[in-house]
Design a binder for this molecule. Structure first.
Ligand SMILES: Nc1ncnc2c1ncn2[C@@H]1O[C@H](COP(=O)(O)OP(=O)(O)O)[C@@H](O)[C@H]1O
Ligand SMILES: CC(=O)N[C@@H](CCC(=O)OP(=O)(O)O)C(=O)O
Length: 309
């Protein structure tokens, strides 16, 4: 019987060694990317749809903390559209959108700030702390990060063809960005987590689309990457196959022929603005897939759709 037991142990040792070797190979595959990205800034937009359940938020926080630990400077901008919608419904306030932007009266602005800055921002800060990181939860209002201006929305009347100005209320867009607080926080070992709220020169609070906010911050920082985490694998063609690489010219064609629609239009406009204004590349990827960002950063195959100027 003794030789049989020895053989079993040998098999177990071989299997263990094989598993260790595979782990080592995974780390070695990551080496060129670790070298390439150390010291670079990655802006990550975490959308309300991608947030899903607490386990997904925990995975997301672990990825961000790992990025920081290996020398990348992650800057998180979060959304929370569905969560704002749920709170408005609970309070009996109607939600209305024009071209993907929430029409925001004074009450809606107050509730949006409460949900984004008060709840979601602090939840993400807590998950990052639980993963061993130090997050600084702020909104665009803090330290002069984002000065907002009111969005002037022009739509074309389908009947008359006339251009109409639509008043969206307190919907803003970043007019000026002071990145000092982000550099200070990153240099002190902290991960900035930003709610998409800004203050105007008029002193009003403005609700800013989170994609727009993230794109403007990525451009201002000259980020190496802008990740937009959403609820689809990336940009899909008409047959629902993933388009892995796109240029601004490709995006213009996809927009023209109707391949992209709805929320994907402003998302890709954000990517185009960001890469044309100094961000090296933007990636649209599926935030519901566990550790999607790590797969994108550390594997040759990547994940999602990469947009480069
Ligand atoms: N060609 C396309 N490829 C992928 N998604 C698309 C495309 N065209 C439209 N979409 C839609 O865009 C949505 C993502 O935009 P949005 O809902 O605004 O995301 P988020 O809330 O994460 O910012 C997808 O869920 C999908 O319904
Ligand atoms: C002006 C405007 O539409 N603001 C957005 C801000 C949140 C957001 O953009 O969240 P997601 O990324 O999860 O969609 C809103 O009120 O829903």
């Amino acid at each position: 019987m003794a030789p049989a037991i020895m053989a079993t142990n040998l098999d177990a040792n071989d299997a263990y060694r094989q598993a260790m070797l595979e782990k080592a190979e995974t780390l070695i595959e990551a080496l060129p990317y670790l070298q390439r990205y150390a010291g670079k800034t990655f802006v990550v937009k975490y959308g309300g749809h991608a947030m899903g359940d607490p386990a997904a938020q925990q995975d997301f926080a672990q990825d961000v903390v790992l990025m920081k630990a290996i020398g990348i400077n992650p800057v998180v901008v979060h959304g929370g559209g569905p969560q704002i919608g749920a709170m408005l419904k609970k309070l009996g306030v109607e939600s209305r959108f024009v071209d993907g932007l929430r029409v925001t009266d004074a009450t809606t602005a107050e509730i949006a700030e409460m949900v984004l800055s008060g709840r979601i921002n602090k939840e993400l800060v807590s998950w990052i702390a639980a993963a061993g990181g130090k997050a600084l939860g702020i909104s665009g209002k803090d330290a002069g990060l984002v000065t907002a201006t009111k969005v002037e929305k022009v739509i074309v009347d389908p009947d008359s063809g006339d251009e109409l100005i639509v008043d969206l209320g307190f919907v803003g867009e970043p007019a000026a960005i002071d990145t000092t607080i982000l550099h200070t926080a990153s240099a002190a070992g902290m991960i900035p987590v930003i709610a998409p709220i800004g203050v105007g020169e008029d002193g009003h609070t403005y609700n800013i689309n989170a994609d727009t906010m993230a794109g403007a911050i990525a451009a201002a920082l000259g980020a190496a990457r802008l990740f937009l985490l959403t609820d689809v694998p990336g940009v899909l063609d008409k047959n629902k196959s993933l388009l892995t690489d796109l240029t601004p010219a490709d995006i213009a064609v996809l927009s023209e022929d109707g391949t992209i629609s709805g929320g994907m239009i402003p998302k890709l406009e954000t990517c185009v603005h960001a890469v044309e204004a100094g961000c090296e590349a933007a990636v649209v990827l599926d935030g519901r897939v566990p550790h999607a960002m790590l797969l994108e950063i550390f594997t040759a195959r990547g994940a999602g759709t990469l947009i480069r100027a």
